[in-house]
Design a protein around this ligand. Sequence first.
Ligand code: GUN
Length: 293
Amino acid sequence: MTLIDGKAVSAQIKQEIAAEVEQIEAAGGKRPHLAAILVGHDGGSETYVANKVKACEACGFKSSLIRYETDVTEAELLAKVEELNKDADVDGFIVQLPLPKHISEQKVIEAIDYRKDVDGFHPINVGRLAIGLPCYVSATPNGIIELLRRYNIETSGKKCVVLGRSNIVGKPMATLMMQKANPGDATVTVCHSHSRDLKKECQEADIIIAAIGKPNFVTADMVKDGAVVIDVGTTRVPDATKKSGFRLNGDVKFDEVAPKCSFITPVPGGVGPMTIVSLMKNTLLAGKKAIYQ
Ligand code: GUN
């Protein structure tokens, strides 16, 4: 069994990005600039955004954090999005989700200029991904593809089960795994809360990508010998032994599943660090105007 070390791979990629940014600057170019909008004080969102800002520093990017209180109006937020769309110094930006209930997330996502949508959430980027055109790809699925690539994991012709059908992870993950590409070229099944025999689907899978947000959902009896298991779960569960008072729990019952696997990602230290580094890669592409002019 090989433990997939997302922490090490993401550190390596950050170094590669930083080296490229140095070259860009040496050639008289400008550092990529990522802006992030954070509304409210949700613990998870605060941590994610702080980590994104930290990753920007490690990569040599400029970053801007724009904060609003929970009572910000949709109109105010849309006005800021418009301002960032027009700001020539900002290469890409994100609006951290979730947003308060009185604000339409879809409206905000669609207001972002798709050429600066480094999250890959805008329907133009999602649509371009679906038909295999260059675009910004959602960070978590893209990070998983990068792990599969760097660990030389064979995907062509393999049976891949994606657990979960979210717009951010499950759907783009399934799209990438079925893409005519390497990694890709897999036979993909997407399972969700209405799937009739999810256990049997998993038992037949060469690759399981679990993104349903249910701690310890994938158990040993669902996994065939030699399978590749990718755990996207990051549910916060109370843990008095931790300084923060919680720990992150994956969707996979790691201790009993790991011995059966050829490859498995741990939680934490697997997919998580790759998500942020994928956002950094998208920001570098935005800085270079590599996808859109
Ligand atoms: N909330 C959870 N994941 C993400 C993400 O990748 N991007 C944004 N903007 N919000 C999130």
